[in-house]
Design a protein around this ligand. Structure first.
Ligand SMILES: [Zn+2]
Length: 327
């Protein structure tokens, strides 16, 4: 198991006494990826004992406040805790200006011409701009499916969504894993480090006397690669199906029951039935629904509706961790 997903916030626009706006934390190969960052996300990270300085990549689906108002609080806390490492933030255009304005050093003010003037107060705690840890903003083109992050273990691509403003989801996919070499075989055949790398890629072992040992004799098959698709917020949009086809875990917003389909259409959101239809047509393994309207006190009605179309559906519960293998 290398993917685990912790739901930090599950409600739509209005936070309630018991729920928070959208935020998910994906732990993939010992790294943390924060996906959306609604108000209160840093408190949720604390409650779930996440070391926030281990977050280096934040993905924001769109610039409605319930998906990013927690960002400046989180960034400020990172700063106060002495962060020096770079933070990468991926979002549709517009977020850089907002965050940089909020982050502007408070020992500088602008005069009427927009020119900076020094603060003459005796506040010795004021910081210079150079003291702030670096943030790199990656502006996303939300209308086409694009790879935005890629390294030797994982890739992240956008999922174009249809909402009232530019919006995209994110698809996290592990790269194919290597075969596992049996430790006792390393000793038995005196396999060198160079040979180990080739064997993990699937090659046979050729010994010095010319004997061939097949790869299957000395390795175990590679573990399956895992995938997670995050889709929020969106109207019913079947064009995402080829992109998310067969993923292990799909999160899809389900703001309303289908009896309020007209409201879903008007606000560019989805119903539980529509989320389940996407899951069924995309043949995903498991569906998590969330982003519920505050009008639903009991989430079972949304769950039951989704299950009429896609049985393996669960409700996003804050503080709960999901993984492709603990279905
Ligand atoms: Zn929205």
């Amino acid at each position: 198991m290398s993917f685990t997903l912790t739901v930090l916030g599950s409600s739509s626009a209005l936070p309630t006494a018991t729920t928070n706006p959208t935020a998910h934390l994906l732990k993939a190969d010992e790294r943390f990826f924060l996906i959306d960052c609604g108000e209160g996300t840093q408190m949720q990270l604390r409650r779930n004992h996440v070391k926030i300085q281990r977050i280096h990549h934040v993905f924001i689906s769109h610039l409605h406040g319930d998906h990013y108002f927690g960002l400046i609080g989180l960034i400020t806390t990172m700063q106060l805790l002495g962060r020096v490492k770079t933070l990468h933030i991926y979002s549709p255009p517009g977020l850089k200006a907002i965050i940089e304005l909020q982050r502007r050093p408070y020992n500088h003010y602008e005069n009427g011409d927009g020119n900076e003037i020094e603060n003459t107060s005796s506040d010795k705690t004021s910081k210079k701009e150079d003291d702030y840890f670096p943030i790199i903003f990656h502006e996303l083109e939300t209308r086409k499916n694009t790879v935005i992050f890629d390294d030797n273990k994982i890739s992240v691509e956008t999922i174009p969504l249809k909402h009232r403003i530019p919006c995209c989801g994110f698809l996290f996919r592990e790269k194919p894993k290597l075969r596992k070499i049996l430790p006792e075989m390393i000793l038995k055949h005196k396999i060198s480090i160079e040979q180990i790398q080739k064997i993990k890629l699937g090659e046979n072992l050729q010994k010095e006397d010319g004997t061939i040992i097949t790869n299957e004799e000395i390795t175990l098959p590679a573990l399956d690669s895992e995938s997670y698709a995050f889709c929020s917020d969106t109207r019913f949009n079947e064009s995402i199906i080829p992109i998310i086809k067969g993923v292990d875990l799909l999160y899809h917003e389900a703001t309303f029951l289908h009896e309020l389909e007209h409201l879903a259409k008007k606000t560019a959101h989805s119903t539980a039935l529509q989320a389940a239809t996407i899951a069924m047509k995309a043949e995903v393994k498991q569906l998590i629904i969330g982003h519920f309207s505050a009008r639903y006190k009991n989430k079972d009605v949304l769950l039951n509706e989704a299950k009429t179309v896609f049985e393996n559906t669960v409700v996003a519960e804050e503080g709960k961790t999901y993984s492709p293998t603990n279905q």
